[in-house]
Design a protein around this ligand. Structure first.
Ligand code: BTN
Length: 272
C-alpha cells in the first residue's frame, strides 16, 4: 500500500482548505484518547469555532450509546469539529443528520459505491457499517455551548484489521472497492461540504437537508426494532422523519396503533 495516502499533515490541510472557519485551525495528533474529548478540552481554553481535531489513532475512541469506537493507527479517519457559536435550538438536532448526509455524499463520490444512512446517522455500505458519527453537546457558563461532531470513517483498513466480533457488521471503503484512498483529500472535501451545508441550515432552515436525509435513509419504509435508552423494545414500521429529526414509526408491538410515534434516540435495527 502507498503509505503517503494515510499520512495527514495539518499544514498541508490548512493550505488546501477553502473554508472560512471549519478546520481553521486543524489540530493534528499522532495519538489521543478521543478527538471528541480533546475537542471539549480545547474549547475550554478558547479554541475558535470550527476547530478540527484530527488523530491518526485513538486509545479511547467513543461510539454512540456508550460503546467504544475501534480506532487503529493511520489507516482510518478520526476527527471532531468543535462548534462554539450558539445556533437556534430547533436546528441543533439536525447537525448529526446533516453530518451523515454530507459524509454519505463524500463517500459515494469518492468511491462510486452505494452509501446509505441508518437512522440516526450510521453510514452503511452493502448493509455493513462504514462510518459513525457521535455528536455531543455541553453547556458552558451562562448560555454558552460547545457542540462536538465526532466522525470515524473506516477508509483503508483491511477486513483483518477489524476485531473478530465486528467483521460481519463493519467494513471499510477499501475493503468494498479494492482501492486505497487519500485520507487528507477526503477530509478537506468533507470539511468544505460540511461548511456549505451548515451555513445553508443556519440561513435557510431544515427543508433541504430534511429532503436529502430522507432520500438517503435506508431505515424508512421498512419494519424496525427500536431499543430506547432504557433498553425497552418497540417494533414498528418506519414512515417518516419529523421536523426535529426524530424517526416516526407506526408501532406494532407491544401496542399496535395507527398513530405514528416519534423516536428521538436509541438503537434501531432493520428487520427483514
Ligand atoms: C458510532 O457509534 O457510530 C459513533 C462513532 C463515532 C466515532 C468517532 S471517531 C472520532 C470521534 N472521536 C470519538 O471518540 N468518537 C468519534
Amino acid at each position: 500500500m502507498d503509505d503517503s495516502l494515510n499520512l495527514v499533515s495539518a499544514d498541508f490541510l490548512q493550505s488546501t482548505l477553502s473554508t472560512k472557519y471549519i478546520g481553521r485551525p486543524t489540530l493534528y495528533y499522532k495519538t489521543t484518547t478521543s478527538t471528541n474529548t480533546l475537542g471539549f478540552q480545547k474549547s475550554e481554553s478558547g479554541t475558535p469555532h470550527g476547530t478540527v481535531i484530527l488523530a491518526d489513532q485513538q486509545t479511547h475512541g467513543k461510539g454512540r450509546l456508550g460503546r467504544t469506537w475501534h480506532s487503529p493507527t493511520k489507516k482510518n479517519l478520526y476527527f471532531s469539529i468543535v462548534l462554539t457559536q450558539l445556533i437556534e435550538q430547533s436546528l441543533i438536532s439536525w447537525i448529526p443528520l446533516l453530518s451523515g448526509v454530507v459524509l454519505a455524499e463524500c463517500l459515494e463520490s469518492a468511491s462510486a459505491l452505494p452509501i446509505y444512512l441508518k437512522w440516526p446517522n450510521d453510514v452503511l455500505c452493502r448493509d455493513k457499517k462504514l462510518a459513525g458519527i457521535l455528536c455531543e453537546g455541553k453547556q458552558k457558563q451562562g448560555n454558552l455551548w460547545t457542540y462536538v461532531v465526532g466522525i470515524g470513517v473506516n477508509m483503508n483498513s483491511d477486513e483483518g484489521d477489524f476485531p473478530q466480533e465486528l467483521r460481519l457488521k463493519a467494513t471499510s471503503l477499501a475493503a468494498e472497492s479494492r482501492h486505497q484512498y487519500n485520507i487528507q483529500a477526503f477530509l478537506s472535501t468533507f470539511l468544505e461540504k460540511f461548511e456549505t451545508r451548515y451555513e445553508h441550515l443556519l440561513n435557510s432552515g431544515i427543508h433541504d437537508i430534511r429532503s436529502q436525509y430522507i432520500l438517503r435513509c435506508q431505515t424508512l419504509h421498512q419494519s424496525v426494532l427500536v431499543y430506547d435508552l432504557t433498553g425497552t423494545q418497540l417494533k414498528g414500521y418506519a414512515v417518516n422523519i419529523d421536523t426535529d429529526g426524530a424517526l416516526q414509526i407506526i408501532p406494532s408491538e407491544p401496542k399496535q396503533s395507527d398513530t405514528p410515534i416519534s423516536i428521538r434516540s436509541g438503537d434501531v435495527y432493520h428487520v427483514r
